[in-house]
Design a protein. Structure first.
Length: 225
């Protein structure tokens, strides 16, 4: 396990060293400083790598943006909320996820969703989809990308790192989905039926209120040690 943790840390360092450094905005520099003060130096390097990813991926095709974002966040550790945060269900912000270097399926998906939005992909093309993993027999979350409103979505997932069309994921049973504005009930791998506003989800409301980075939570486990 210790060798695996070391490999993960070295991989993030390699990403930082190999990427062409670009000037960070004052806001990004403050973000990194805040994470460094709260989580430590390695966490700050992960956030710096994230900001470099955003900078270098701006303006690329949406397919390239999906691949880069999915690959970057899938490097994190998977840890259940009860062990990481000491609570049964906690939706971490991207800064908390990167600061901890770990999270559960919601945290992987949320970080991808906010990064894709920042990189210019319309909210109308994105959904966070709550599913049941038939293989693992547990609930799970993925990101769905719809190239057009009627298109079959592509799924970004931390269980299966390859981006695939929804019809290829027979192991996932969709339940409901949402984005920044709407909530859908899902009966099959399609678009679903609008069931109201996303504001009906209390965890989503709480997450969005914390996403400015002004409040950070410290995990119970430090994966940088």
């Amino acid at each position: 396990m210790q060798k695996y943790k070391h490999w993960r840390s070295m991989l993030f360092l390699l990403i930082i060293l190999c990427s062409q450094s670009s000037a960070l905005s004052t806001g990004e520099q403050e973000m990194i400083r805040q994470v460094r003060d709260f989580y430590g130096e390695r966490a700050a390097k992960r956030v710096n790598a994230w900001r470099q990813l955003v900078s270098e991926t701006q303006g690329k095709s949406e397919d390239a943006i999906l691949e880069a974002t999915n690959r970057f966040f899938n490097q994190m550790f998977f840890v259940d909320d009860i062990h990481l945060w000491g609570t049964k269900d906690y939706w971490a912000t991207p800064l908390e996820f990167l600061g901890s270097s770990a999270g559960d399926c919601e945290d992987f998906s949320i970080a991808k969703y906010f990064t894709l939005r920042e990189l210019g992909i319309s909210d109308n093309k994105l959904r966070l989809v709550y599913v049941k993993s038939l293989t693992l027999n547990q609930f799970h979350m993925v990101v769905a990308y719809y190239p057009t409103p009627s298109a079959e979505p592509l799924l970004l997932d931390n269980i299966d790192g390859e981006i695939k069309y929804a019809s290829k994921r027979k192991d996932l049973l969709p339940i409901y989905s949402f984005n920044g504005s709407k909530l859908w009930l899902m009966k099959e791998q399609g678009s679903g039926q609008v069931a109201g506003n996303a504001s009906r989800l209390s965890l989503w409301n709480d997450l969005r209120a914390r996403n400015d980075g002004s409040r950070l939570k410290r995990p119970q486990i430090n994966y940088d040690e």
